[in-house]
Design a protein. Sequence first.
Length: 480
Amino acid sequence: MASTSARKNEGLGRRDVIKRSAALGLITVPTMSFLSACASSDSSDDDTVKKGKTSAKNPLGVNDTAGLDVVIFNGGFGEQYAIDAEKEYTKAFPKAKVKHSATQKIQSQLQPRFNGGTPPDLIDNSGAEQMDMGVLVGKKQLLDLTPLMDAPSFDDPAKKVRDTLRPGVLEMGQFDGDPVWIMYYAYTVYGVWYSQTALEGLDAEYPENWDDMLALCAKAKKKGIAGWTYAGKYPYYLPFSLYPFIAKIGGREVLDKIDNLEPNAWKDPAVKAAFEAYYELQQKGYILKGTAGLTHIQSQTEWTKGKALFIPNGSWVENEAAPTTPKDFKMMVAAPSSLDSSDKLPFGTLWASGGEPFIIPAKAKNPEGGMEQLRIMLSEASSKNFTKQVKSLSAFNGGTDGLTLSTAMQSGVDVLEKAGDNVVNPRLQDWYVKLQKEQIGAGLGEMMAGRLTPAEAIKKIQGYADAAAKDQSIKHYKHQ
């Protein structure tokens, strides 16, 4: 989301999303006009390369002389992991030339190519200018990746690619039925991130309930340390801990109703309780002063400087915040605290899902090459290389054997194990990018800045959701 997730330099974000908007410092998303233009392109030239001969070594039938055009989002994960995997592609197909480019401006650079019917063969669709996946799927702009999922895996021909993926990754790429439109390459653990060193300095442990959270924030405040900070200019970071908090309080069905755009879903008592809890952080002065005006990078920097204890984020933060993180920081992640004993789900419930969405355009010239490149990336060797380089798990279910994990990565593995089946995967950020990243983010940002009460924020957000539900210009999705 994430991606995905503005990021490296100015702008990653959860690799997904969105530029700042002028008025409230909020966010904008790729517009419907762009994707409609893509869908209405009347380019009729079929320049698709001729498919090659399938074999045990070439199960997807890649044309071994055809070029491959890859565009990578150059954010918190960088581009080297992709370049390394492309070298493996070149080894397999030495006559094929790989054109690699990296950018933070996915929409700006690819819009003309989509409109002209000449998109790349493989795109890492992430960052501040991420294209709206729900619209791309709805407008039939993407290739169905089912042939990749059913192909033999790179390491073990007896296993299909789909059987090597972490739980939930394949489902995230599905929007309505069986076709798989997106391959999420990273595996992201979302939650409340903190420094174990900072907690030890306060003689404290991570608070497992909200009363303890408030007490720890009060203790930190007396020491001149804020309880929380977040990306105020990109408030869609708040749901990384808020959504699983809502599910924990009221059950995962509350998030499903929100995803389904059901009437009054945001008026559920669990949403009200979660909003009021977060609002209490603001009202008691436990949010770092000036947070509302901070970018993701700035808020992370204040956090690594020790000015705040907690920050809602995803597991890309370790790599992204590395330049400012002290060696003795002991970065960790935890699931949201419990509200109280009446919560429907146990402590440990958290959000974890695929991140860094890779897509192959329906009009790609070399779609088999794009799928083969993803097959290579989903090998154990490429997965380990990704993990070593960027300190993140990949979608490949494994790839950590023999690796020395940082405290951040190890804590991510530990919280996943503790969560067990209590892992939630909200789909708003995939299905309705504008609603999630711009509008819901706007309401949350206003509430956390003290400009809206929880009741006012809920009313505003419910209004946005109702409008999206009635908007016939967008495709609607529901949990199956």
